[in-house]
Design a protein around this ligand. Sequence first.
Ligand code: PGA
Length: 255
Amino acid sequence: MNKAVRKAVIAGNWKMNKTPAEAKTLIEEMKPLVADAKCDVVLCVPFIDIPAAVEAAKGSNIKIGAENVHFKASGAYTGEVSADMLKEAGVEYVVIGHSERRTYFGETDQTVNLRSLAALNAGLKAIICVGETLEQRELGYTETLLKFQTKMALTNVTKEQLQNVIIAYEPVWAIGTGVTATAEQADEGNGYVRTAIAEAYGADVAETVTIQYGGSMNAGNADELVAKVNVDGGLIGGASLKAPDFAKIVAAASK
Ligand code: PGA
């Protein structure tokens, strides 16, 4: 394992929080706090906040991401947003297949795959989320499920495109619950994802892919989590809405 070949990425996932004006204020507050980051810093924000966020982040090391993307290029898909629209708006990253979308909005492994392909074909970086529920973990299906979700999401993704893929391992039971996976559980889950990539693309390629942990990562536990060999940063929900907390997580991943 050579963690040095991968760049850690700390990405905030604001979910359905912050108006455009609030987004501007929060990014202005974050900019000086994360300016010295040695990891990549991304904020994934609601669609309507994107123009304000891109403008506020200009000239800084903060990159802007979206929280979803549709898989068709254009057409009669009321309420949806295409990859080209995001790209033109200045978006560089997009979260795909978050467990909240899988649970509340009918997202499936197949639509996660289609969205990933649309994002990658448009030149966006895809942050693809995978993770087991508590029930699946207790039944002993964590490894099987993580490998299946990873391989399904990456169907028809080329080796070259994989360089623009980040996988976020987010145990569903740890998201927004305050229950964090232990560093060992996070490392193990991320390891299953890396093994799935190795099985599909080869071990050398798998070593280069950034795999984040997500689920109640915060200023207090980030150090221990990101120190693990398979944990290349994090996808941060709640703690990304507070500039000092987010900055501490970025600092932890910069060591
Ligand atoms: P949380 O969310 O950090 O609030 O648990 C993580 C996520 O949903 O990406």
